[in-house]
Design a protein around this ligand. Structure first.
Ligand SMILES: [Zn+2]
Length: 207
C-alpha cells in the first residue's frame, strides 16, 4: 500500500484485526520510508451486480449509497451504528443472492424497506416516503399496516390498529378498500399491492 504521506510504496503491517463480524479486516501499517502510520480497511469487493437506472444506464452497485440512505432515515433515532452496518450487510447479501448480474434501481428500495421494517419504524416510514413518493394518506396507512405486521411478528404487544378488526387482517381490508378506487390509480395500486404481498410472503404470514 502506498504511503499517504510520502507516497513511497514500502510499508509493513503492524497489526491485523477483523472488524464488523469478520466482513472487514483492519490493518495498521507503518511506512518504512517516513515512519508514519496509517490504517487500511479491507472488505469484499462488490461482486458484479450492476444497477439499472430508469434511463436504462448502468452503474456499479454501491453499498455506501445504501448506507447513506439508511443513515439519513435513521437520523436522530436510537439506532446503533452496528445495527446500521448489519442491516447494510443483510441488504447487500440479499441483493447478491437474489440478483445475479443486474438489479433495477427501484428493486433496491424494496429490499432496503424489507430489512428496514425490522430496524426502526420511523426510519422505515421516512425511507418509504422518499422511495415510494407517497401520493396520499392511503399510502401512508398502507405502510402503517405493514409496520403493524412487522411489530406483530416481533411479538411486541402494543399493536395499534383499529380495534374492530384483528391486526392480522388489517392489510387485506385495506386492499379491499382500495379496490373501489378511481381507475387512474389502479395500476399504481396493483403494483404496490404486489410489493406488499411479496413482503408479507417473505414474512411468512400469509397462507
Ligand atoms: Zn511514508
Amino acid at each position: 500500500m502506498r504511503c499517504p504521506f510520502c507516497h513511497s510504496d514500502n510499508d509493513k503491517v503492524l497489526d491485523s484485526r477483523s472488524a464488523q463480524a469478520g466482513y472487514r479486516v483492519r490493518r495498521k501499517r507503518v511506512c518504512q520510508e517516513c515512519g508514519r502510520r496509517f490504517v487500511t480497511m479491507e472488505h469484499i469487493e462488490a461482486l458484479n451486480v450492476r444497477v439499472v437506472k430508469s434511463d436504462e444506464t448502468r452503474e456499479p452497485f454501491d453499498r455506501e449509497k445504501i448506507r447513506r440512505g439508511i443513515e439519513r432515515a435513521c437520523s436522530k433515532r436510537s439506532v446503533p451504528s452496528e445495527k446500521i452496518e448489519a442491516t447494510v450487510q443483510s441488504i447487500e447479501a440479499a441483493i447478491y443472492s437474489e440478483f445475479d448480474f443486474e438489479i433495477p434501481a427501484e428493486k433496491i428500495g424494496e429490499v432496503v424497506l424489507r430489512f428496514l421494517a425490522t430496524v426502526d419504524e420511523v426510519a422505515y416510514i421516512r425511507f418509504a416516503s422518499v422511495y415510494r413518493e407517497f401520493s396520499d394518506a392511503k399510502d401512508f396507512l398502507r405502510i402503517i399496516s405493514v409496520l403493524d405486521k412487522t411489530r406483530e411478528e416481533n411479538k411486541e404487544p402494543n399493536v395499534q390498529t383499529s380495534s374492530t378488526r384483528p391486526p392480522k387482517f388489517a392489510k387485506s381490508s385495506t386492499e379491499n378498500a382500495d379496490g373501489g378506487e378511481s381507475k387512474s390509480n389502479q395500476s399504481y395500486d396493483k403494483e404496490k399491492r404486489s410489493k406488499l404481498t411479496k413482503k408479507s410472503r417473505a414474512a411468512g404470514d400469509r397462507s
